[in-house]
Design a protein around this ligand. Sequence first.
Ligand code: GLA
Length: 382
Amino acid sequence: MDKQGLERLFQEKFSSTPRFFKAPGRINLIGEHTDYNEGFVLPAGIDKYCAIAIAPSSQEKTHVIAIDLNETCEFEKIPSQPIPSHWMNYIWGVMKAFDKRGLSIPPFEAIIQSDVPVGAGLSSSAALEVVFTKAFNELFEFSLSNMEMTRIAKEAENDFVGLQCGIMDMFSSVHAKQHHAIKLDCRSLQYDYVQLQLNDNKILLIDTSVKHQLASSEYNQRRMECQSALEKMNVEGVVANSLRDISTAQIEKAKHLLSEVEYKRASYVIQENIRLEKFVDAIGHSNWQEAGQLLHASHQGLKEQYEVSCPELDFLVEVSKKIEGIWGGRLMGGGFGGCTINLVEGHKIDQITSAFSAAYLSRFGLVPKYYIASTGDGACEY
Ligand code: GLA
């Protein structure tokens, strides 16, 4: 639905004039499961947005409509616990994070319309958190910085929704810039925009249609495994605040202190940070072959060492190695489902998608969905 459509609907439902905000979903080129280990990530905002029309309300109750789901939620008080799987949890989480800062959100009316695919690993939930954070900040004139808004949106997910995610998704949705990826140091939060000059190449996302079911519990589990690997290594002479501080030589030396699982998780994180640096260098030199190999190596690590893949994702990556015109690909985001991200030659897209469709259909009985990712700007009023 376009802005006019949203405006008409808003006036019909609430008889007032709203303001409009939007926040993008994100892709991540490389640097997976590194954000909560204080490492580096390389995300970019996409031109798919979660948009809202919103206005303060004179009623006691807040009223939110999610038009894509055809659902409405009315409430006076934020529940003390999240309601399992409810989309409002993300907004309540944001309101609570504002509240914690002494900034209470008065009643409001809002309509949400999102074209960020849900469950595809494109951070539709971060886009929802960020768009409300941005809207509250502007509507109620809190004057918070982009960094503070990023923190609020992350807190919503960590403290209310209950996923101990890192900062990458919210950071990208706030700070994204068209035609650029963001190289973010997740410790200092310093970042550089990396121009995405891909020549004829395109970023092709292939959606397995597998919803990441185990994702939340397994995700929190991975965090704990990384933490315990770090603590064990710190015992013997290594002084590190995070896995980011550990070198390949150090982990090899400390291997005997770790369980097999801890060793695999920590090794993956250390190697993924190294791969990211090489990847930035490769795309800077238009070395697509090297960039593609690094994507494949990242997937291998996510599959074998970090163990966050699934048969459908592995299949898509294996097939990608056999199709002409693909430089490389890997699972993207938390894992256990969602999309693979592939760097492909643009003029071969049609042959590439037909080859994937035929292979996936014969193996899993369905045709995957494709998105050619174009980059977009971060959260804004529009
Ligand atoms: C999810 C989390 C992010 C990040 C990725 C994996 O998208 O929300 O913080 O950890 O998984 O890289």
